[in-house]
Ligand binder design. Sequence first.
Ligand code: DOR
Ligand code: ZN
Length: 442
Amino acid sequence: MKLKSVVMYESGTEAIAQSGPLADATAAAATAAVVSPEPAVPGEALEIYHLRTPDDFHVHLRQGAAVAAYTQDLAAGFARALVMPNTLPPVATVEDLERYRSQIVEGLGANTPHFQPLMSFKLAPRHDAQAVAALAIGGVKAGKLYPAGVTTNSEDGVRTIESIFPALEAMQEHDIVLCIHGEAPDAFCLDRETAFLSKLETIVTRFPSLRVVLEHLSTADAVRAVRDLPPRVAATITVHHLLLTLDDLIGGELRPHHFCKPVVKTPADRALLREVVLNGESKFFFGSDSAPHTREHKECDCGCAGLYTAPVSLPLLASFFEEHIGTRGLGGRGAVSSYGGSEHAGGGNGNGGGNGSGNGNGEAEAGDGATVHSTAGKAHCPAWVEAMEAFVSRYGAEFYQLPLNTGHLRLERRPWTVPAEYHGVVPFYAGEELQFRALRQY
Ligand code: DOR
Ligand code: ZN
């Protein structure tokens, strides 16, 4: 059934299209362009999809006053995120970790009360067994390997992988995941990821029970390497590497807001990234690498690498999965999901319905004519919603041995225009129309 797009706003939910309340007046002043809630249009039909609340296994929340705004943008859609440690100075000790975690949690707003930052530390030769043991006790989930000079704030990164072998030994012992920015900085920029793969294999061979995540894959070579390595080696994939190629960066005019590390690659590279995600290969899960830099730091002579995708990643993924998988066939897992989505199948809280009733087919008719498709429904929901759920809400949590989230994300097919800026940062797809809104339900 094809329903027309409508406008409907639900109280008690927060659209990712919006920014949450801001931490301070400076940030508020810089955020003139956020989308304001649109009024409900009673009686118009709405297409709604529910899936388990997602996680983002690679994000940059920065430091200082900006942390609160970036955290709220992210927490509007995600229950948990692995927070990268490349602040200045880096997150390196258990004290740094605890301070940063508290700052992130304190930055949560009234509209985003629940969010769990998963903490990482930046690996350096000084991490001996004792330092790693302290981080393990402090609840660290991952150690991040940045080769020196490879990206933002990595001048103090690792120069030889042998120098961190004692740290990797201790991480293996404490079952702390090794996350890798897998580029060899001295190679030609398009070859850097491929040039790093021999080092990945050295690490995986030398530490036979270390769990490893190769971050933000950008090449077919890296996909094949991860596929061939043991199950304890996985990878994150960003939404921008799924959508862009080098043409979107330099093929026409120069697009600084499409510049990131690793740089987006060829159509053939993107095709294999898409293939593993659309196939539902469980080694490949979502990590946005959402990396905000202010407009001034992007639109200048020496622009920073990074895309701000937190406000748009879920709507973009919904369109990506729908476009490529569509409704061909229905999901076949039946009632496997049990995060409680079905009890909200009347359209969540607020004015989205509330008196819906399941039709035994994974759909529910909300009182106002909205149709809800839920992965937690009794039977089926479109295959693309299940595929998206596996990628954003399941495979990563399983790899990190975390319980699956219990809440749900509500996707509404309801166009909106991405603001020109969030807190002085130009987001991915700024000024363009997206077809879905993602509203995390609390
Ligand atoms: O584009 C990127 N930006 N890639 C990274 O690896 C780091 C990130 C950042 O922190 O700006
Ligand atoms: Zn990153």
